[in-house]
Design a protein around this ligand. Structure first.
Ligand SMILES: [Zn+2]
Length: 86
């Protein structure tokens, strides 16, 4: 199986659950706020966070407090400064 095939299969599995059905169960939720992260300890890369869109349709700003869409863990969203090379 090629890497592309693997990615496509994972994407299909990911999308098997409709976005409106993605609600955290909170039984394993933690609070790891502080250091910016993109992946939850549970493995999920999908976050619920609050954002504001600009008139051009782009994301104008977002709040740094975010919640894992799978388990409800609270975390800190990354910013461009967090991903800059040293
Ligand atoms: Zn999680």
């Amino acid at each position: 199986m090629s890497c592309v095939g693997t990615l496509e299969k994972e994407w299909v599995v990911l999308m098997a659950k409709h976005v409106t059905e993605m609600k955290p169960d909170y039984t394993q939720a933690m609070d790891i706020r502080g250091k910016a992260t993109t992946v939850c300890p549970c493995g999920s890369q999908i976050w619920n966070l609050k954002t504001i869109f600009g008139d051009d349709g782009e994301i104008d700003m977002y709040f740094l407090d975010m919640e894992c869409a799978e388990c409800g863990t609270l975390a800190t969203a990354p910013t461009p400064i967090d991903t800059e090379e040293e």
